[in-house]
Design a protein around this ligand. Structure first.
Ligand code: HEC
Ligand code: HEC
Ligand code: HEC
Ligand code: HEC
Length: 329
């Protein structure tokens, strides 16, 4: 029994995500910008960045806050987790930016000086041994870095915020019940920052077609997972519960359509796990269990394939004119 609990705890520790970022470990985007100038320039043009300045001034924002009984949006409020990045200064939690680098790549205090250390001050990237590289990447991951290569780990942050899993915020606050989010379209528009791993690092090109195929699949899996997690939290039949059940059902339909074109065993198993549970109120345990099963399958999906064998999906990839927001050059 104790062993089972320990194992469960370890698994959850591994699943640590960025959204409820540890404020004590958050360094803020300016630190990243010291080296990542191109990524920083892109981020400054996004709504994620601008929300920090605009949310408190927005009429809609004030209305939501009022209905929630929140006096100051930037103080101790429910809005902080998704709209802002906060750090702790003298024991006070202080929002310093909008949704930023660490919201997607993980709070960085512990890994920032590990992820770029090729083995000493004078050692350049080209001189790093393969063993050191593996060690460095593993260590940064253990310390909380969410690397783009682990697509599931980075992308699950999007869905944690964009599914808006907060019943009171939606039903009483009148906040939108989640974005109509699709990972390729939403990551290749204004969010896109593709320099380091691109064969054209001078220009911010879309990510490779193989990677887009993986984004299409992993994105649908995450939509399903977070639709179920959201439904699990539903206690009353109102906008929130309806939106979450709909999110789940739409993801199921899209996955069925994908499977007609491209059989993928992990996706089929996700569909089966979802069909086996009822999407109803106050049914948290079963729904969460199904969501956990899907999370595990989605991690496998993300790790087992590189997209090169999924050319059949190309007709389903969102076209460039549907990307969300304008990409920075
Ligand atoms: C002192 C310079 C420096 C700072 C500060 C820095 N980085 Fe990096 N970062 C690098 C270098 C160099 C690389 C390339 C590492 C490699 O070759 O694997 C990198 C790589 C990355 C990658 C890609 C990793 C991969 O394997 O694909 C991400 C993501 C990243 N950094 C995020 C951040 C974030 C977020 C911050 C701020 C919290 C940050 N970095 C701060 C220098 C820096
Ligand atoms: C669980 C995450 C989450 C929380 C908590 C949250 N929001 Fe949002 N909010 C979002 C997302 C995601 C969007 C973008 C929705 C879309 O795609 O249209 C958004 C959009 C908005 C918008 C419309 C866009 C804009 O900035 O003008 C307003 C206003 C807003 N939120 C206000 C608030 C307020 C006020 C609070 C706190 C009471 C809050 N939100 C809490 C996730 C959240
Ligand atoms: C910490 C929470 C959080 C995370 C993580 C997050 N977002 Fe957002 N995102 C928001 C909020 C809040 C808004 C609305 C900002 C506003 O308008 O004030 C938003 C807005 C956006 C927009 C602009 C939408 C529009 O209406 O034009 C895009 C595109 C977007 N997010 C994509 C992504 C992608 C892709 C990911 C993951 C790689 C992601 N987001 C991760 C909270 C988040
Ligand atoms: C909304 C979530 C989100 C935010 C905010 C974000 N990233 Fe990323 N980042 C991603 C995703 C997703 C990828 C992988 C994209 C792909 O494969 O096409 C990525 C890739 C990267 C890479 C590797 C590719 C490259 O451009 O070199 C680096 C480095 C990086 N991010 C650094 C940063 C830094 C620094 C910031 C803040 C200035 C930041 N990111 C903000 C989600 C985000």
């Amino acid at each position: 029994m104790i062993r089972a609990v320990l194992i469960a705890t370890c698994i959850f520790a591994q699943w640590a995500t960025a959204q409820h970022m540890d404020v004590e470990k958050t360094v803020g985007p300016d630190e990243c910008g010291e080296c990542h100038k191109s990524e920083m320039a892109v981020w400054k043009e996004t709504k994620h960045h601008k929300s920090f300045f605009e949310l408190t001034r927005s009429e809609e924002g004030r209305k939501i806050a009022e209905k929630m009984g929140i006096k100051r949006i930037k103080r101790e409020s429910d809005c902080l987790d998704c709209h802002f990045t906060s750090v702790k200064v003298d024991d006070v939690v202080k929002p310093i930016a909008g949704t930023s680098c660490e919201s997607c790549h993980g709070a960085a205090r512990d890994w920032i000086n590990v992820h770029n250390d090729y083995g000493g001050k004078d050692i350049k990237k080209e001189q790093e041994s393969p063993e050191h590289r593996t060690q460095r990447i593993t260590k940064a991951g253990q310390l909380g870095m969410l690397r783009p290569e682990s697509l599931y780990d980075v992308a699950q942050n999007c869905y944690q915020c964009h599914s808006v899993p907060n019943e009171r915020l939606v039903n009483e606050g009148g906040h939108t019940a989640g974005s109509a989010f699709e990972l390729v379209a939403w990551s290749q528009g204004e969010i896109r920052h593709n320099f380091l791993h691109s064969d054209d690092p001078e220009n911010n090109r879309p990510t490779s077609v193989e990677r887009q195929r993986m984004m299409l699949l992993v994105g649908q899996a995450l939509d399903l997972e977070y639709g179920l997690r959201g439904t699990a939290k539903a206690t009353v039949k109102a906008d929130y519960a309806v939106a979450m059940a709909k999110r789940t059902q739409l993801a199921m339909l899209r996955i069925k359509k994908i499977l007609e074109t491209q059989p993928v065993p992990e996706l089929q198993q996700m569909l089966d796990a979802t069909t086996a549970v009822e999407l109803k109120l106050n049914h948290a345990e079963e729904l969460e269990a199904a969501a956990n099963q899907i999370a595990e399958l989605a991690r496998q999906l993300s790790a087992n394939y590189d997209g090169s064998t999924f050319a059949a999906l190309d007709a389903m990839l969102p076209a460039a004119d549907t990307y969300k927001g304008k990409p920075s050059p």
